[in-house]
Design a protein around this ligand. Structure first.
Ligand SMILES: NC(=O)c1ccc[n+]([C@@H]2O[C@H](COP(=O)([O-])OP(=O)(O)OC[C@H]3O[C@@H](n4cnc5c(N)ncnc54)[C@H](O)[C@@H]3O)[C@@H](O)[C@H]2O)c1
Ligand SMILES: [Zn+2]
Length: 376
């Protein structure tokens, strides 16, 4: 068990730790909610949700890839526990994360007679988590939200922390709300149908967590047999890392939560440079992390051997180590000025002095970033 002295505000007492081992409790700004991580949770979701939420009416927001696979099972379980679920299915993909789509979900819920006591279940990846969470945040000024993530990325990252939102023509996640879920259910069986490329996207965020907060997990990932992964314990560990980091900084104001942006400054620049088409988020942050390693060597004393180990690990999980040929590199810099981290023209860049730790640096310059991108 780690102590507070090692930089983690959570868990800070033995009872809390026991709870964390059983279910992984996420604490943010005074409230807390359980994250259940287990195989076979979906078939018994009705009973589990009943213990937590008394109302019978709910909407299940899902997408066109996920609903055909798991929609019937979840509805059956909810019905047999006495719920009346209303299924709402949106087209799979990032293009569904819009204000229009959120409004349409709300209209469907109103037509179905859902009210302030009703709740929303988000069944899908990060897109559905963000959209359904936003719908829960605004419907009748806010109703309860249950997250049922179905991608590895959503289980280890987007379902934790309460950030919800939609995209606009000016950029991603620019409209949203912090709305913590009542419950998160990670059924690792659902990962069996996930395409390999989507699994890699989750590993990009897992590797990020290892670099910024858990050197031991980094070494375990180096030794991991990719064909035989214990997802339950891997997800639990990552939920705990993210929970510890956000527990003290729910609204992203103290700088601690910013550490989760390791690799994301350049990563977002890469995504924006091509209008979020043709490169996925995990792939972009894989490259962003390599750039952040270059800057960390220059500004934070990261050793070359740590940098090489990070690049090798990304490669092991089929994440890219080089930008595609003909990529519009110049556009990466144009895109950077939109980055929320470039507050008041000052660059706050997340660097890692050593695998397992990270800090914010104000020393990094635009020239450092340019030089780092040139190595990709
Ligand atoms: N709120 C946050 O804190 C936070 C953090 C990180 C990312 N995000 C958001 O998350 C989104 C990305 O999430 P994602 O990578 O999960 O993308 P996604 O939701 O688009 O899912 C990826 C693809 O996998 C399909 N899919 C999902 N589960 C499946 C399963 N079990 N079997 C087969 N196919 C399945 C989906 O239909 C989709 O086509 C982005 O919009 C990003 O902004 C939010
Ligand atoms: Zn990310």
């Amino acid at each position: 068990m780690r102590s507070r002295a090692e930089g983690f505000p959570f868990p800070n007492d033995k009872n809390q730790y026991l709870l964390a081992v059983i279910s992984t409790e996420v604490r943010t700004g005074g409230s807390s909610y359980p994250v259940l991580i287990e195989a076979g949770l979906l078939p018994k979701i009705g009973e589990t949700v009943k213990e937590k939420l008394p109302s019978s009416r709910c909407a299940i927001i899902s997408d066109t890839n996920v609903a055909p696979r798991f929609g019937d099972g979840i509805q059956k379980s909810l019905r047999s526990a006495g719920f009346e679920p209303i299924p709402i299915t949106v087209p799979a993909g990032e293009q569904s994360k819009t204000l229009e789509q959120a409004g349409d979900c709300c209209e469907q819920m109103l037509r179905a007679g859902l009210d302030r006591q009703s709740f929303v279940i988000g069944l899908g990846g990060g897109v559905i988590g963000d959209l359904s969470g936003f719908v829960a945040a605004i419907f009748q000024r806010g109703i309860q939200h249950v997250q049922v993530p179905t991608t590895l990325l959503a289980m280890v990252d987007s379902s934790i922390g309460g950030k919800t939102g939609v995209n606009t023509s000016a950029g991603k996640n620019l409209i949203g709300a912090v709305h913590q879920p009542a419950l998160v259910l990670d059924d690792v069986d659902l990962l069996k149908t996930l395409p390999a490329h989507e699994l890699s996207q989750g590993f990009a965020e897992i590797i990020k967590h290892a670099i910024i907060a858990d050197g031991e997990m980094f070494r375990q990932l180096q030794d991991l047999d990719v064909k035989n992964v214990d997802f339950e314990s891997l997800i639990r560990r990552n939920v705990e890392i993210k929970a510890r980091i956000i527990a003290n900084d729910e609204r992203d104001q103290k700088g601690e939560r910013a550490l989760l942006n390791f690799g994301h400054t350049v990563g977002h620049g890469i995504e924006r440079a091509v209008g979020y088409q043709g490169i996925s988020h995990g792939d972009a942050i894989s490259l962003g992390m390599i750039a952040a390693c270059e800057i960390s060597m220059k500004r934070a004393g990261l050793s070359k051997s740590d940098r090489d180990a990070i690049v090798d690990l990304l490669g092991k999980f089929n994440l890219p180590m080089k930008l595609p040929v003909n990529f519009p590199r110049a556009k990466i810099f144009e895109a950077l000025k939109f980055d929320k981290k470039f507050e008041h023209g000052e660059i706050r860049f997340v660097v890692s002095p050593k695998i397992g730790s990270a800090k914010l640096s104000r020393d990094a310059t635009m020239e450092d970033i340019r030089a780092a991108v040139d190595t990709l």
